[in-house]
Design a protein around this ligand. Sequence first.
Ligand code: HEC
Ligand code: HEC
Length: 216
Amino acid sequence: MRRGIVLGLTAMLCLGGAMLGGTAQADSRKAVKAELSKPVVRGGIVFKNYCTLCHGERADGIARAAKLYGVANLAIKPATAEAYFEIIRGGGEAVGKSQFMPPWEGELSEEQINDVVAYLRVVSDAARRGEVVFKTNCILCHGIKANGKGRAARLYDPPPADLTHSDKNDDYKRMIITLGGAAMGRSEFMPVWGEQLSPQEIDDVVSYLRTVLVSD
Ligand code: HEC
Ligand code: HEC
């Protein structure tokens, strides 16, 4: 029965190959192979297989198991390749972080670790860009640590929000940043950014804000 299916499939594939024409099929195979030879693409596959359960599909910490590890923010923060290597090889405990981040040395090959680091460098780009947007526009009020303690903070009542403890979701943040506080029934001193920042910059800063959350 199994064998029958396999034979049938093989026959179909051969037929398909014949219909596509040998070169077209070879071309598409070559394209897949070229794609898979990119470290970032291979790293994405490693990440999907081993890391999404805790870190989420987009490395943003929104994941099924994230709640189990309560106190930690599982969004992958922008960091140097060296810092990524260290925690991925040795695990969280080795770098003074959560023991729930397992060590992967031994489990993953050197090549897989290289690839997943290449992938993380790319996916954390949005947050990295967003950090620049934040530091350029927001720290006067929200503070360099995003904890609401900027130099101008005491001028405002209510004070600028402590973004490290925000209970608002990404959509809400995108809206209040774009439209300003007044449009959301909040303080008019939270400025309207929709005219000064592009939608991309606003998305990036929202990505960055995920990485500053702490729960204590
Ligand atoms: C069982 C859950 C779990 C799995 C699976 C897991 N991690 Fe983690 N990871 C954690 C926890 C918990 C932390 C610690 C967060 C902290 O203490 O700030 C962490 C932290 C990290 C950090 C540092 C984050 C930062 O910005 O400080 C990186 C990088 C990382 N993990 C990469 C990976 C990669 C790559 C994989 C897959 C190969 C993976 N993790 C799989 C739970 C997990
Ligand atoms: C002039 C001061 C000021 C600047 C600059 C400023 N904010 Fe605000 N922001 C506020 C104030 C004040 C609030 C609190 C509004 C309230 O509670 O009614 C706020 C609230 C917020 C909130 C809502 C958070 C929550 O949990 O409810 C977000 C998100 C936010 N700001 C993001 C930003 C970002 C991103 C920037 C930079 C692009 C920025 N803010 C720049 C003053 C400022």
